[in-house]
Structures are given as C-alpha cells and as structure tokens.
Design a protein around this ligand. Sequence first.
Ligand code: NAD
Ligand code: TDX
Length: 339
Amino acid sequence: MKLLITGGAGFIGSNFVHYWLKNHPEDEVTVLDKLTYAGNLRNLETVVDKIKFVKGDICDRELVFSIVKDIDTIVHFAAESHNDRAAMDPESFVRTNVLGTFTLLDAARLNGLKRFHHVSTDEVFGHLPLGAGFFNENTPYAPRSTYPASKAAADHFVRAYHITFGLPVTISNCSNNYGPYHFPEKIIPLFICNLKEGKKVPVYGDGLYVRDWIHVEDHCRGIEAILLKGKIGETYCLGGKDSEVSNLELTKKLLALTGRDESFIEYVKDRPGHDRRYSIDYTKAKSELDWEPRINLDDGLKATVQWYADNQAWVDKIRSGVYQEYYKRQYGKDESLTL
Ligand code: NAD
Ligand code: TDX
C-alpha cells in the first residue's frame, strides 16, 4: 500500500505510523501534518528516514491534491482534538475537522483512491447516563459540544462521499485513548506529568465523569483490522478492555502509580458541556473483524507511567515549548512553527 497518514505527528497518528512500519515494512508511508501545538516531529524521530514527511495543512487543496497523486490509501487522523480548546476557539475545529476532511475526501474522489479511512470519536453519539447503556454503530448522532459537533459533521461528509460518489470509505468511532506520545494536556499524561513534578492535579466538577479507556496500540490494531478486513461503507466502534472508570478512580490509580496521596487532588470548576459518560459496545468489530482490545487499564496505565518516566526529555521539551524547534533542525527550514 501507499499510505497517506494525516496528523501522523500527533498522538494516535504517530503511534499508528510506528505500528504500521513495524507490521507492514513493505508499504510506503507519507505523513502530512501541519505541526500545530499538538504535532511533534520527535514522535517520529526513530522512523524519520523510513517515511516521507510533508509539513502542511489538510485544508490546502493544492498541496493535498499534489500529494494524493502518489497515494492509494488515506488514513485520516489530523484534527483539532481537545475539548477544552474547542470551547475557546471553535472556529479552528470547524476549519480543520470539517473543511480539512472535505478537502481530503475531494482529493481522494478525484484521484480514484482505493480507500479512505476516517478516524472518528465516540463523542459524536453524545453522552450516556451513569451505569446504563452503550454506544454502538446504530446509536443516533447527538454531539453536545463543538469538538464532537465538528467530528460528526466530518463523519457525515465521509458517508455522503461514499453514497453520492462511491468513494470507498470506512469509519471508526473510538473511545478515549492513552499511551505513549500523548500530549500532556489530556487527563492521563497531564496528571502523570504533574504528579511526577509534585504538582496537584485538577479534577473537573465532581470527578464522577466516566470514560472507556483504550490503549492506543489496541486502537491501531483496530484500524489495521478495518483496513484489511472491513467492509466498504461501514462504521466500526472500538472501545477498551474492561476499562470504564470515573475520573476520580482513574486519578487514584495514577496517584498510586506515582507514589502520591489524595492531597494532590484539587477539585476545580467543571468543563462547560461536560459529557457524563462514554461506553462502547464493540461487538460488531469483534464478530466481523475478529478484533478486540487486549490491554486492560491497570497494565496499560502502568506501562504508560513507565513510558513517561523513560522519556523525561520528550516531556521536558513539550513543557518548555522547545519541541517545536525540532522540525527546523531536521529539515533546515527557517520558519515559525507556532500556531
Ligand atoms: P492530536 O491532537 O494529538 O494530533 C492531531 C495531529 O493533527 C497533530 O499532529 C496536528 O499537528 C495535526 N493537525 C491539526 N490540524 C491540522 C491541519 N489543519 N492539517 C494537518 N495536520 C493538522 O490528536 P489525537 O489524539 O492523536 O487524535 C487523532 C485523531 O483521532 C483525531 O481525528 C481525533 O478526533 C481522533 N480520536 C482521538 C481520540 C483520543 O482519545 N485522543 C479518541 C477517538 C478518536
Ligand atoms: O485537567 C483535566 N481534568 C479533568 O477532570 C482534564 C484535561 C480532563 N478532565 C476530565 C474531563 C473528561 O471527563 O477528564 C476526562 C477526560 O478528558 P480529556 O483527557 O480532555 O478527554 P475527553 O474530553 O474525554 O476527549 C478525549 O477522548 C475522545 C480526546 O481528547 C478526544 O480527542 C477523543 O475524541
């Protein structure tokens, strides 16, 4: 395959690049990434000579059309992905998540690509009450805030391109990921980094919000299964292995793993439009793709805390902002990499 991986310098995208090169070394991989604050070329440091890296915007039609001429498969990760930022700057979410996805779809259609896989989120389904119900592929769309609203719009365009133009698409709606290279603005890496530095961790509201955590490697295997065995035009829901916990339970696990006590918890003001609970029923992926998550939360968190301990230099460069200089040195371009 000749793959274009958008957002391949971000958290899940870079894990996918590593996963794909390891398991499909014969394939050609191009990464297109704008290197926003969330993109970090250091995530690809060990494979930079095995891929073609293009720094650019998925909304740049001319650039996207020139790249897809040599591509047969797009795996589309690039997005604005953080709910707290979406409340402050919804426009950039509409631009990248909706217009960017549309631009890639149009390029895929007009260049006759063999596959467009769209990486989406379970947040498009809205939220669930505590202790009852699951999301699956038949759950109606009901996003409640601007990030999932933009992802839902993108999902609709992907489906529309399949129905209207016959573009061979697949979609995955996945629950909350964690693991290596996770940008320390999301709860798990933020809390690990704070606790290691002896800082308190900000728990929003009552802390009783529930997430269904999936290790990023299980997500990458799920996308691989969809690319290799999934049915064109179909959606697959991917979720974690018995990993549904409240933020407070999650925080207590992280306190134990970092040797801190509950005095490090600080309850802070709630997130606006905070979704109460997400939970995925992945029966379809299990029965049709023979996929299921393998990594339970306790093992995955232990490995993740260890990864952050082993990669302190990566953390320090992000926390100080130096990480954005790496592209300049690697590619010799003298341009600003700030947002
Ligand atoms: P991330 O924020 O870590 O990475 C996003 C990447 O996209 C960054 O490298 C960034 O530079 C790049 N990017 C942003 N705007 C761009 C643009 N206009 N053009 C080109 N590149 C651009 O995000 P993530 O957590 O790795 O999420 C990846 C995808 O998976 C997203 O589509 C997200 O909606 C989806 N998803 C994430 C999770 C999760 O828990 N993180 C769960 C389900 C689905
Ligand atoms: O400091 C914090 N304190 C806190 O209590 C942060 C950053 C978060 N939280 C809470 C809010 C959520 O209930 O933790 C939970 C998880 O928050 P995030 O890590 O911001 O993730 P979430 O908003 O659930 O969304 C994530 O999963 C679905 C990803 O960021 C999305 O891109 C993905 O689609």
